[in-house]
Design a protein around this ligand. Structure first.
Ligand code: SF4
Length: 342
């Protein structure tokens, strides 16, 4: 059982207090008896407790910074959406392969932005630019937004905002099951609620600090029953002893849990395990005992953007992974849509 996230330490940027959500969060954390420190900018968040880098990293991941999002230029977010919408950065989870380790570098604390309305206004501008085409916004590019939303309800606000648009759609993915406050949001079918799932072995060894598979599936059933379009991201697909059986059991569990009426509109996205050289270094630093296989020799090198290539599985392994997982999807969820395998 994994409890909803509660920060050990909270920093507030003074400007955040000019927004109602900033005030509300300050009062909430005061009421919970959590230590609150002021900081002029998140870059000045220092003195995160800890005797060494590893302890500091762990403590940072349970530190929350309440701030204002200054950059309102959204990044692109292919292949699943046009734009990444930034409500938060960082995550309390400890997935060994999490790419936030490389993108967030020395600032692994969690930040939540209280200028939600300004962020949504910016989204509207992007929608207007693309009209009459639909614009999709991905809310989980820089954090696991569901994992902190029970504290902020920012995602809930965004779900209801997009529920009222004609040209906007929202999507996000999570490894957490704390979804109850989102069940009554007026989503109007415009938010696709996705869960990241994997074989038990992979979750057990590489995803500490996140919800177990069975709870993620239970949460998926709840959100589907609440009328949300549902999706699953199987990522990273990872070769381990008995992987064929491991992924089969995953589909058997999904099949047993999902009622017939929610199966018509399910999507699957599949991402094979990959790593870059910089990611390997940081993973081995943050999770020195990891069993994660990170041997370049065993992998195939694929050139990447910015000159940083990634190591993916060999062609024949990739084929086998793809065929095996696609055959499970066809067998158990014939009316689901496979969005991509990468
Ligand atoms: Fe990273 Fe997602 Fe795991 Fe959080 S839940 S540590 S964002 S992979």
């Amino acid at each position: 059982m994994i409890k909803p996230f509660v920060p050990q330490l909270v920093y507030i940027e003074p400007r955040a207090l000019e927004y109602p959500l900033g005030q509300e969060l300050k009062e909430k954390f005061e009421g919970m008896g959590i230590e609150i420190r002021e900081t002029t900018s998140h870059n000045q968040v220092r003195n995160i407790p800890g005797k060494n880098d590893l302890q500091k990293y762990r403590n940072a991941k349970s530190t929350l910074v309440i701030g204002v999002r200054k950059t309102l230029k959204f990044d692109t977010s292919k292949p699943s959406a046009e734009y990444a919408i930034p409500f938060a950065t960082g995550c309390m989870g400890h997935c060994h392969y999490c790419y936030l380790q490389t993108t967030m570098g020395s600032k692994p604390y969690i930040r939540t932005y209280v200028n939600v309305e300004e962020i949504l206004d910016q989204a509207e501008q992007y929608m207007n630019e693309r009209a009459p085409d639909i614009t999709r916004f991905e809310a989980s590019c820089t954090s696991d937004i569901v994992g902190i939303d029970h504290l902020t309800h920012t995602l809930k606000r965004a779900i209801e905002y997009f529920g009222q648009t004609d040209l906007g759609k929202l999507r996000f993915v999570t490894k957490f099951h704390h979804v109850d406050h989102l069940l009554d949001a007026k989503h109007n079918g415009r938010t696709r609620f996705r869960f990241s799932i994997n074989a038990d072995y992979v979750i057990k060894y590489f995803e500490p600090g996140t919800s177990p598979l069975d709870q993620r599936i239970e949460a998926a059933v709840k959100v589907a029953k609440a009328g949300y379009p549902l999706g699953f991201i199987i990522a990273p697909i990872y070769i381990h002893e008995g992987w064929q059986e491991g992924y089969k059991v995953l589909f058997e569990k999904l099949d047993a849990a999902l009622p017939e009426e929610v199966r018509q509109d399910i999507t699957f996205e599949m991402i094979q395990h990959r790593f870059t050289k910089p990611a390997k270094r940081v993973i081995q630093k943050n999770y020195p005992k990891t069993k994660l296989e990170l041997d370049e020799e065993k992998r195939r090198y694929k050139w990447g953007r910015y000159g940083i290539g990634k190591y993916i599985y060999q062609k024949d392994e990739e084929q086998e992974l793809r065929q095996t997982l696609e055959s499970y999807i066809e067998q158990y969820f014939p009316s689901a849509k496979i969005e991509y395998f990468t």
